[in-house]
Design a protein around this ligand. Sequence first.
Ligand SMILES: [Zn+2]
Ligand SMILES: [Zn+2]
Length: 674
Amino acid sequence: MRWYVPMALQATMVLAGSISPSTFTAPGVFPTSVFTKYYNNPTATSVQVQPVVSDPVTHEVYPLDLTNPDTIPQQNSVDPHPLPPTASPDMLYNQAVQQINSIHNNPVFGDSSCNRCLATLEVMKFVSLAAPEQGPKVVVALCELLKLSSSCSTTHGRAGLGAVITQVIANMDAGGYDGQAYCQNFLGQCPAPPTATLDLGKWFKKPKPNPLPLPKQRSGKRLKVLHMSDFHLDPRYATGSEGNCTSGGPCCRKTSFNQASPNTTLLRAPRFGAFHCDTPLALAMSALQAIPALTGTEQTGFAWSLYTGDLVSHDSDNQLSRKYVEYTETIVYDLFKRMLGSGPVYAALGNHDSYNQAQDAPHSLGGALAEQFSWNYNHVAGLWKHEKWLPDAAVTLARSHYSAYMVKRVDGLRVISLNTDMWYRANYFNYINMTDSDVSGMLRFLTDELQNAEDAGDRVWIIGHVLTGWDGTNPLTNPTNLFYQIVDRFSPHVIANIFFGHTHEDQMSIFYANNATTISAETAGALAWMGPSITPITNLNSGFRVYEVDSATFDIMDAHTWKSDVNSYPDLDSQTTFGPVYTYEYNTRETYGKSISNWTGNDPLNATWWHHVTEAMEADASLVATFNTLQGKGSVQTKPCTGDCIAAKICYIRSGSVSIAKKNCKPGFGSVQS
Ligand SMILES: [Zn+2]
Ligand SMILES: [Zn+2]
């Protein structure tokens, strides 16, 4: 083996001891001959010498600016800074799905499903903006990942809710309040965000009058007003099909089946309806024949009628269409007109009276999307005009304002109809810009109309579909919080009554002053009546109500409710001599008012009276049991209300907004349908 000695070491060894000279002193002036040209004087000593350098490869002569100490660049905008190529729509889709999977599998998120959900929405937002046609496909992928449905491509695809969800996610604050609320409501993956703060000083144009104007004097003359709700006509009802199904949607359809008994029908769908089925035409006609006969209005008709929404059956979205919605609106309004006699019907749109179901978009979306539901507003407004229920001004307003309108009657009452999808939690479009409690402008419209009514000394009835309070499970927090403050501002002198539907159950909500910080007879200001449904869905009897209304104050002096026992319908099928029986269910004053003193028969069933009813309920739980029975219209399926249910029910009656219900009441006892 040969030893190698490094060259540097060899030189050191050679030179060691004989290095000369041992120092070198450089010249004090620049060796100007090194370069041929200079940008500055090479003999100068106050600045560094700047030689002219040329590049033998590029043949470029480098400019002085490149090295000039006075002109150092702060941004290189000359050289190329390469970017990845624009992704094709397919690539965006593939990458989005991959990223959503990474987010769901990355252990760094730990138990925080909320963080995962927000990160997922961020991915979806930018795909929805960049390649909108890919949006529904990503929605389907997420649906499959989270197992939201057994048929995601149908329920969440382009022809399902995918297009709606893509629009909404593209427009929402995905990483902020909107995203959190979306993940909470639709995916159960975030805590609910807090109630947004309101600036009521700016909201109201005038302070509440103090003292309030003197109440109007009652005329003593009583008008009969019909309140119907939630017809849910099922024109596809198939008599003899499975009436006790597990197949989803309404039962009593040709395709209905029960998993426990796939080959043998458990309950043969009766001709007149069943507990898990919407209203067959046979039941619709029975109800509309019963109403004039039972209410003594065969000759006179009603002074007017209220219809608080939901005409269309509970089909899943894939079975629905604009045409199906329009068909139902047409036939049911036409039947109202012909069966109920004279007197206008004031209707509000329900969440089922739209396609996609429950969806209505705010005008603030802009462009064509702002008008995507106008086909429906134009259709119902056209029908209301055709039936001569509304004057032209109200028809025009309804067309341009989500079907909402104000009509001033010749007797002085103003009826304001609202599209309550704007606070329904299942309307995806409500998840855009949610910290604004009134994105659609529906509540601005309501407030301005109430101010006009106050200025004119008129009283108002407000009608809508989705209730604002009760157990707080149906509407959204922020809009109903604002609605509550509006009701307080204009009660009791302007707002005489409020009417909703949607739950299909017989319920009430009392509105109190100062956001219900003190709950008492003195602070009770307004009352919302939830009208019982015509449809039996689910486990309910069919019913309707008639109010006796003072013709000057528009206070409700008495209320009468009728019902039909759905449990009796199977027995009607063996004959054609008679159909369903509608019977008188209860008189509101007599049922709840026995122990309320200082209240004469000439005092109205207003919020104060209803507060006394809740006090009577606190003193006597049997009144709550009665309320619970009537809530289901006396259905044999209604289970008793005992234990915690008793206080909860009283609490729901005292809750007119989501915030108040959630703050005050024990959840879980709102419905009698299960
Ligand atoms: Zn309904
Ligand atoms: Zn509804």
